[in-house]
Design a protein around this ligand. Structure first.
Ligand SMILES: Cc1cc2nc3c(=O)[nH]c(=O)nc-3n(C[C@H](O)[C@H](O)[C@H](O)COP(=O)(O)OP(=O)(O)OC[C@H]3O[C@@H](n4cnc5c(N)ncnc54)[C@H](O)[C@@H]3O)c2cc1C
Length: 434
């Protein structure tokens, strides 16, 4: 399963525009600490920060380089939403649960701003621009209007408003949307510079963060755990699994792997648009999504347009999947015809059976936080406060994140054909406008 060698950096726009990475430091020899945090993405770094603030001694171990996983390659959309809408949550679990989930989202967004400020991560280029969800037909526009009204009335969220087709066309440059819902919460960020700044910040506070140090196995020993890596054994009292969609790298994280369906999400970035017919597109700097189930989304970073959507099925990227994205992008924005696509990359998002993240305990020594379902930039970078509380034996109220536990995927071995089937069904529903 695992390759012992660290995997190469991802050739993303973020890598091409990143500040110098934090120095690569590997574990060299045995060590002792209170908690080993497996995974050097936002979840792992955030968990370590808050464990240390509670007076515990954490060590973060990352199999590749800091930020190599989803955290360093995301779209950089800072959002407080979950894949399940707050209205649906209220219908199924009650208004108070929906309110708690909504509060968690807002708290997570605000936390990103505080991290950027506290660690001085100017290179993260964090902007509180909000986001706009664009409706591709009248049916989904009606649903957006109902959702906006419900958010205002039931949750008192007046940061949402409805935009007409003309207003959406005015700020996106795309003329095929019938309207949209503007949400002034959230914004955009340079995700790799954010994770680099975060790692530098916690290292400066004295927390060991080791790159190129995969956990190959951990086992109970006395009243703690022994955590094995190729470079040394760490003796600890507890372990936190923060490997999300990359839980297949070694067998050590098998306890969460069977509850996650990795789904490939792909992105492309254009050459700078100055001087082209496309120079005026997406003038506000917000992020944009659309109402299709097989959603495409777009934003600007600097002077380039980024366009994202479903990637290839299976273990590797495919030229066909990137080509499909480029074709969709030019269909959406004809002004981009002839503008070069300079970067193509992808990563895995962690889908769960109920489409929600889960945070909790596997047993008295192992805690996890996984399953962000493609919307984890804000949530995962703040979740450590709550993960640290669970490690310390507390039971924070995280709404459905803690009220329900991680469910195993039935027939896990068949997950790849199942993903194709679900994607095909979603494409069909999109095509018929439902
Ligand atoms: C292409 C793409 C676009 C996305 N866009 C957005 C977006 O715009 N907005 C948004 O909110 N969310 C987005 N997401 C989701 C978001 O990036 C994730 O939810 C978030 O980064 C999860 O962070 P994490 O720390 O939990 O996981 P990761 O950042 O994936 O970190 C897990 C780390 O664990 C390491 N690891 C695995 N096994 C071991 C082991 N045995 N030992 C040591 N280390 C190990 C991996 O190398 C990896 O670096 C996107 C995801 C992808 C893939």
């Amino acid at each position: 399963m695992a390759s012992a060698d660290p995997r190469p950096d991802v050739a993303s726009l973020w890598q091409a525009t990143a500040v110098p990475r934090p120095p690569v430091i590997r574990l060299a020899g045995d060590a002792t600490c209170d908690v080993v945090v497996i995974g050097g993405g936002y979840t792992g770094l955030s968990t370590a920060k808050y464990l240390a603030e509670r007076g515990l001694a954490p060590i973060v171990v990352e199999a590749n380089r800091i930020g190599w996983g989803a955290s360093g390659r995301t779209g950089g959309v800072v959002s407080g939403k979950f894949r399940v809408g707050f209205r649906d949550i209220a219908a199924r679990h009650g208004l108070e649960t929906a309110r708690r989930m909504h509060d968690l989202g807002i708290e997570a967004i605000e936390h990103v701003g505080r991290l950027v400020e506290d660690y001085g991560i100017d290179a993260a280029d964090h902007r509180a621009t909000g986001s706009l969800r664009c409706a591709y037909n009248a049916f989904t526009f009606e649903a957006l209007k109902e959702e906006a009204a419900w958010l205002r009335e039931a949750l008192g969220d007046d940061a949402v408003s409805i935009l007409s087709a003309e207003a959406v066309a005015g700020e996106t440059g795309a003329r095929d949307f019938v309207g949209g819902m503007l949400n002034r919460h959230g914004g955009v960020i340079h995700p790799l510079n954010f994770v680099f700044g975060f790692a530098n910040g916690i290292r400066a506070a004295g927390i060991p963060v080791y790159d190129e140090t995969p956990v190959t196995r951990f086992r109970r020993e006395g009243d703690g755990v022994l955590v094995e890596t190729p470079h040394g054994v760490i003796t600890a009292r507890q372990v936190v699994i923060a490997t999300n969609s990359y839980s297949e790298i070694t067998a050590a994280t098998a306890p969460v792997r069977s509850s996650i369906i990795p789904f490939r999400s792909a992105m492309i970035a254009t050459a700078p648009l100055a001087g082209t017919a496309a120079a005026g597109l997406l003038s506000t700097g917000r992020s944009y999504t659309e109402t299709r189930r097989m959603m495409r989304w777009f934003r600007k970073s600097g002077d380039r347009l980024l366009y994202g959507g479903r990637g290839a099925f299976g273990k590797d990227d495919s030229a066909a999947a990137f080509w499909a994205l480029e074709t969709a992008m030019v269909r959406q924005f004809p002004e981009l015809e002839g503008v070069a696509v300079t970067h193509r990359w992808s990563g895995l998002v962690a889908m769960t059976l109920d489409s929600l993240p889960h945070v909790g305990r596997l047993d008295d020594r192992v805690v996890y936080s996984v399953g962000y379902n493609g919307t984890g930039v804000a949530l995962s970078s703040g979740i450590g406060r709550h993960v640290a509380a669970i490690v310390a034996g507390e039971s924070p109220d995280l709404g459905l994140l803690t009220a329900t536990s991680l469910q195993r995927i039935p027939f896990y071995g068949l997950r790849e054909p199942a993903v194709r089937l679900v994607a095909g069904w979603y494409q069909f529903l999109d095509a018929i406008g439902r």
